[in-house]
Design a binder for this molecule. Structure first.
Ligand code: NAD
Length: 478
């Protein structure tokens, strides 16, 4: 078999040690790979590349399209962009797949039956990096959820479940609060779930879902969620399965993929030959499956299970009574290599086989809706008094076509008829809403011009549209 070119980064902290251990195991197992090494991380940041990666490194990644990455250290201080977020977005790696499995009784866990996979949307949500300071007191981060983004990740989750013989896909969102963004994710989940009658589906509000997952992870199989919830809950799931040092993850795109451990560079443990290489090794096993080397992936995984049940444990999972010997990074790699070709006796062995490729068509682009402009939310920085005073002052600046309807502060209605108890900051959302249906954009511009000429500080506006007659904006309650 012609070796598959892959790009490898040894990373920072414990990265080089666990990568060396991982590559040694892959080589001994006969993985047919041709690694190209690139530098990413701390040195590269400090050399002036603000995302921790140099232009030459992108060339290798775009050529091999397969990236095995050790954890890196992001230097403290401002101005540095996350390498992981940059890589995921630049290469379109929209699906983050994290299997979280317990290996009881060899690795202590309160959840011996845990075997779940978190599929996290990787490119959208609050990770768009669109943040602004708008007033003295208020900062904003934009949460972007798109229909194609939801369709891609939800379909990936169902295709993954089907091809991996999993029975159920669960969706975690907070659509009772974020009716438009999380509401869209949930809507798309329900639409796509209907195309997979062979797989159960269910929805949980993320807060109680997270509590249930931390308490009874056996109740879940595959869980799909937007970026931020997935970021947090996949660490929780890995930790309660036994250790963050054990889990690997795949970041999958239409063209490229990146494989890594879920943990960081653990700088305090660096250079001591103590770190557990298992997380990165699991990332590498996911990579072998991605490049079609299923037999090799099975061999490595089973040898790793044998080392685990033989009680050869790194410090993070070592337990007097259960473990037989505390080993270092290199010795653990030797233990895995020594067991290549063996099958575990107590833990369940794995047999990976090539299945049908996932059916992941490009998301359908829908016909554009009939869109009408019906008003505008004007955000003001203002600190000259309370809401009644602002309402009174603004009265004259609306027009017959576009009158002032309501003022909110941090989303709470404060005018007309607000509560004196409501705490207000210097950031006011003033909704001007057309009394009859559609208005021309000029009305919005004229309104802003009048407000600005009157000395108001307009910090931002959001147009209010209807789409096929349905409001495309949240209504104000109260
Ligand atoms: P961390 O994951 O590096 O460490 C958290 C704890 O887990 C530490 O106690 C550490 O000793 C332990 N640990 C982690 N991996 C281990 C392993 N393989 N074996 C044994 N013990 C292990 O998280 P942190 O301390 O918050 O972050 C350290 C650095 O890593 C930061 O610079 C952070 O930005 C970076 N980081 C990088 C990535 C990545 O590259 N994917 C991910 C997370 C954090």
């Amino acid at each position: 078999m012609k070796p598959t070119p892959i790009t490898v980064a040894h990373g920072d902290g414990i990265g080089p040690e666990i990568m060396t251990a991982t590559l040694r195991i892959l080589e001994a197992a006969g993985a047919s790979i041709a690694p190209e090494t690139i530098d990413v991380g701390e040195k590269v940041y400090l050399a002036g590349h603000n995302a921790g990666i140099a232009p030459e490194a992108w060339e290798s990644l775009r050529r091999t399209r397969v990236f095995l990455k050790a954890p890196i250290t992001t230097p403290q201080g401002g101005g540095y962009k996350s390498l992981n977020v940059t890589t995921r977005k630049a290469l379109g790696l929209y699906a983050n797949v994290r299997p979280c499995i317990s290996y009881s009784p060899y690795v202590a866990t309160k959840h011996p039956g845990m075997d779940l996979v978190i599929i996290r949307e990787n490119e959208e949500d609050l990770y768009a990096g669109i943040e602004h300071r708008q007033t003295d007191e208020v900062y904003q981060c934009l949460k972007l959820i798109t229909r194609p983004g939801c369709e891609k990740i939800v379909r990936y989750a169902f295709e993954y479940a089907r091809s991996h013989g999993r029975r159920k896909v669960t969706c975690f969102v907070k659509d009772n609060i974020m009716k438009f963004t999380d509401g869209l994710f949930r809507k798309v989940f329900d639409e796509i779930a209907a195309e997979y009658p062979d797989i159960q589906n269910e929805n949980w509000i993320v807060d109680i879902g997270a509590a249930k997952m931390a308490d009874t992870p056996e109740a879940f199989d595959v869980i799909v969620m937007p970026n931020l919830y997935g970021d947090i809950l996949s660490d929780v799931a890995a930790q309660i399965a036994g250790s963050v040092g054990m889990a690997g993850s795949a970041n999958i795109g239409d063209q490229c993929a990146m494989f890594e451990a879920i943990h960081g560079s653990a700088p305090r443990r660096a250079g001591q030959n103590v770190a557990n290489p298992s997380g990165l090794l699991h990332g590498a096993i996911l990579m072998l499956l991605h490049i079609g080397q299923h037999a090799c992936a099975s061999r490595v995984h089973n040898a790793w299970l044998c080392a685990l049940e033989d009680g050869l444990h790194t410090y993070d999972i070592f337990k007097e009574g259960t473990s037989r010997r505390k080993v270092g990074t290199a010795e653990f790699a030797d233990a895995v290599i020594d067991r290549l070709g063996e099958q575990p006796e107590k833990l369940k062995s794995v047999t990976y086989a090539a299945g049908a490729p996932l059916n992941l068509p490009a998301p359908k682009r829908h016909a554009p809706a009939r869109k009408s402009l019906v008003g505008v939310d004007v955000f003001l920085q203002w600190s000259e008094g309370g809401p009644d005073r602002l309402g009174y002052r603004l009265r004259d600046y609306g027009s017959e076509d576009l009158p002032l309807q309501v003022i909110t502060n941090r989303g709470v209605k404060v005018w007309p008829n607000g509560f004196s108890e409501t705490f207000c900051v210097d950031h006011w959302r003033c909704r001007f809403k057309a009394s009859n249906d559609a208005i021309a954009f000029n009305h919005v511009l004229d309104l802003q011009a009048r407000l600005s000429a009157a000395g108001f500080d307009v910090v931002k506006t959001e147009n209010l549209y209807t789409f096929d007659g349905e409001p495309g904006y949240a209504s104000v309650h109260g």
